[in-house]
Design a protein around this ligand. Structure first.
Ligand SMILES: [Zn+2]
Length: 429
């Protein structure tokens, strides 16, 4: 069965090009892949009798990609910690402890993924809790939806309550077992997931580096240089390291396949190393302002002589919204405070094809290109009275996109498709 999705088709290429068909259409083949994209009046003849979903002037865009989120924190938004370490010990670890129970995690995984889809997010790189059962539950729920989901069992063997700790040997063994069970099954992939240097011993970080080398195609995700107290603690825990980045570097954790959340307080030397190794820093603006962690500067990280790859993520539950639209709005504000004014198109590009490249899945998602899976968010630029009145003044695509990052959230998501299947549809008001 083929499907035609009509609307204002918009997609971003990594070279900065923007596809914009005001009266456009996307033709989806029976295997969930995009077969054709173009003006609606030029739909190929063989698709004339296909099922049609017509969204009028709404935006038909690539599904949004969240490059940093925590599944077991899905209901913890708005937990007010004094700073990162206080927030972790008071709220986060006790909540994550509940995910040792597979039945509990399985129920929550359904809610979590449906919530991502309701926010137009079709792919995420997500942390699980320390428990293997948690990762098993999330992988299974994502497989049922045919989502390109990347996750891993968190590894942490110190500086936390016992209920969320493992040990180096168990953490590595369970990671490998999960990789074997789920990596490359459907659209799923594995990420080696040491939480951060504060909660992993040298031995655990060493084993994480070995896993990254031995598990073909796996990513590695962790956190770096988020808050002042955290950085001071890493200095105490690893007295022989040059700095925070060097801790990960020593154990082989920096690579083209490495995604490190935050990167707010990085020194010149650290930026140099992150650039040389091709590592990605994932900017999580709503989390950084909420926890008072600091203002990450894209200008600093992307200096021409040593540019660092940058991804963008919500960091729920430190982040305050599941919405990548709201996250891009906060990214804009944080960068403005640092003296840099990104365009809305640039930010949407980061959250679609940009994040797909950072996650090494640009061959299958991130843009509306022929041959990729039809992962699509349909976005309504007039979803609320405030957006509607703003939209009346919009004169360009940039105006429309900009109003959506500042005023938009899940209310603006009219529908979400994963591999051509409509898995979310906003109820009529
Ligand atoms: Zn995080």
């Amino acid at each position: 069965m083929t499907l035609v999705i009509r609307g204002q088709v918009i997609s971003f290429a990594s070279d900065g090009a923007v596809l914009h068909e005001p009266k456009g259409a996307v033709l989806v083949g029976g295997n969930g892949h995009i077969e054709w994209v173009g003006p609606a009046n030029a739909i190929p003849a063989h698709a004339m009798s296909a099922t049609m979903h017509d969204y009028g002037d709404k935006l038909v865009m690539p599904g949004l990609i969240d490059a940093h989120i925590h599944f077991p924190q899905y209901r913890m938004l708005a937990a007010p910690g004094r700073d990162l370490l206080d927030w972790l010990s008071r709220f986060t670890f006790p909540e994550e402890a509940r995910y040792s129970d597979h039945a509990y995690a399985a129920v929550k995984a359904e809610i979590f993924l449906d919530r991502l889809l309701a926010h137009g997010t079709t792919t995420a790189l997500t942390f699980c809790s320390v428990h293997k059962a948690c990762a098993d539950a999330l992988f299974a729920a994502a497989e049922r939806r045919n989502m390109a989901l990347i996750t891993g069992k968190t590894m942490m063997d110190r500086n936390a309550i016992p209920a969320v700790q493992d040990d180096p040997e168990t953490g590595a063994r369970e990671s490998e077992e999960l990789y074997k069970s789920w990596h490359s099954k459907g659209r799923l992939r594995y990420a080696v997931t040491p939480r951060f240097a504060v909660t992993s011993s040298e031995e655990q970080l060493r084993l994480s580096g070995e896993l990254l080398k031995s598990l073909d195609g796996a990513l590695i995700q962790t956190h770096i240089s988020e808050s002042a107290r955290e950085i001071a603690m890493v200095k105490t825990l690893f007295p022989n390291a040059k700095d925070y980045t060097d801790v990960y570097d020593q154990f082989g954790l920096l690579s083209e396949r490495s995604l490190l959340a935050h990167g707010i307080h990085l020194s010149e030397r650290e930026c140099q190393r992150l650039s040389e190794t091709g590592s990605t820093v994932v900017h999580c603006a709503t989390s950084n302002t909420f926890l008072g962690s600091g203002l990450m500067s894209m200008t600093h990280l992307q200096k021409a002589e040593r540019p660092i790859h940058i991804g963008v993520g919500t960091d729920v539950g430190g982040g305050t919204s599941y919405s990548m639209l709201a996250t891009l709005g906060e990214t804009y504000k944080v960068q403005m405070l640092g003296g840099y004014k990104p365009t809305a198109a640039e930010l949407f590009r980061m959250a679609t094809i940009g994040n797909a490249q950072r996650l090494h899945i640009e061959d299958e998602t991130g843009s509306l290109s022929v041959g990729k899976f039809a992962d699509i968010a349909v976005i309504d630029p007039e979803a609320t009275p405030v957006l509607k009145s703003r939209h009346e003044l919009s004169q360009s695509l940039e105006d429309i996109l900009f109003s959506l990052i500042i005023l938009g959230d899940d209310r603006a998501i009219a529908a979400t498709y994963v591999a051509g299947n409509r898995l979310h549809q906003k109820e009529a008001a």
